[in-house]
Design a protein around this ligand. Structure first.
Ligand code: NAD
Ligand code: TYD
Length: 334
């Protein structure tokens, strides 16, 4: 089988590409990625030299690049996106372009080329915040940031392609994902790398916002299952049973690093900060998915990975001047 993976030089996409190549000898992957600030080919070193993997640098908004990349593909797994909420609050244009229009361009090409299955990787953030209980796939969406609104557009466009054009299009909505190779602007790698650099850990607001934490390999296995077994037009939530406040998460990170609580600096809250994300993954579990990794062990492994791979995240931070600029503008924490 030949598939197109978009965003395969990103955090989750590169994990998916590596896992797929490892586990399915007959797979052939075309990997289309623009290599924005968050894309990095170092994540794909394991796949270098594997003739079943072809990397193309290109933009999902560019219909010609998309058409060439999709040539002869039976399926598409679409992960390419602008992904960081704080960046979307400063400037949402790239989010609308890539996440909304880029998804449309991919779906149009897939339909015209007769692709058999198209999976869009969406997020639990499209549901918005919920004080108690858990969202199911039947609940209405209530996205709040330019990031989550643009992801909701991608999510709905994918469902509409199934409804109106009969494309076997499937959506997964994953919760907060973590693991090695995550770009150090997301909270876990940011806090670990800051602690290792002797910097403060900027905890937004009262730190009582709740997230559900999913290990990256578990997320990728869920995507593969939905790709293989998901039904046309259906949505599948992916979440682990692990939810906690940012305060508790921070405490655990500091404990693993043997650092004091004084490393934490309370900073002003994110604008429109969603209080709690909470989804039920019963529907996907009925297809046979369950987590393989415990949260405690995978957080420990992830923290250790960042301790052992300082050169990877330091080189990213050095390259990424705009990261420092955006951060300084947002929180006065450059
Ligand atoms: P990431 O930022 O690490 O990677 C995104 C990748 O997309 C990068 O390699 C980047 O170069 C590429 N890209 C961006 N714009 C592009 C464009 N116009 N054309 C082609 N490539 C482009 O993100 P991630 O954390 O790996 O997230 C991957 C997907 O999973 C996204 O769709 C995201 O919304 C979704 N998701 C992420 C999480 C999470 O916690 N990280 C949770 C649920 C869903
Ligand atoms: P993040 O990793 O950006 O993921 P998301 O916004 O998609 O949930 O943030 C996770 C949580 O951590 C979120 O509630 C915001 C909080 N946070 C901080 O407190 N400080 C930080 O510096 C960052 C980046 C996030």
């Amino acid at each position: 089988m030949k598939v197109l993976v978009t965003g395969g030089a990103g955090f989750i996409g590169s994990w998916l590409v590596r896992l797929w190549l490892r586990e399915e000898p007959g797979i052939s992957i075309v990997n289309l990625d623009k290599l924005t600030y968050s894309g990095d080919l170092a994540r794909l070193e394991e796949a270098a030299g594997d003739r079943r993997h072809r990397f193309i640098q290109g933009d999902v908004c560019d219909a010609r690049a998309v058409g060439e990349a999709m040539e002869g593909c039976d399926g598409v797994v679409h992960l390419a996106a602008e992904t960081h909420v704080d960046r979307s609050l400063l400037d949402g244009k790239a989010f609308i372009d890539t996440n909304a229009y880029g998804t449309y361009a991919l779906l149009e090409t897939a339909r015209k080329k007769g692709v058999k299955v198209f999976l869009t990787v969406s997020t639990d953030e499209v549901y918005g915040s919920r004080a108690k209980g858990y969202f199911t796939e039947k609940d209405a969406l209530n996205p709040t940031s330019p990031y989550s609104v643009s992801k909701a557009a991608a999510d709905f466009l994918t469902q509409s392609a199934a409804r109106t054009h009969g494309l076997r299009a499937v959506v997964t909505r994953g919760s907060n994902t973590f693991g090695p190779f995550q770009y150090p602007e997301k909270v876990i790698p940011l806090f670990v790398s800051n602690a290792l650099s002797g910097k403060k850990l900027p905890l937004y607001g009262d730190g009582l916002h709740v997230r559900n934490w999913l290990y990256v390999e578990d997320h990728c296995r869920a995507i593969l299952l939905a790709f293989r077994k998901g039904r046309a037009g259906e949505v599948y939530n992916i979440s682990s049973g692990v939810e906690m406040t940012n305060r508790e998460l921070t405490r655990r990170i500091l404990k693993l690093l043997d650092k004091p609580a004084s490393c934490v600096q309370k900073v002003r809250d994110r604008l429109g900060h969603d209080r709690r994300y909470a989804i039920s993954s019963k529907k996907l579990r009925a297809l046979g998915w369950k987590e393989k990794f415990s949260f405690e062990q995978s957080l420990r492994d992830t923290v250790q990975w960042y301790c052992r791979n300082v050169s990877w995240w330091k080189s990213i931070l050095e390259k990424s001047r705009d990261f420092k600029d955006y951060y300084a503008r947002a929180y006065g924490n450059g």
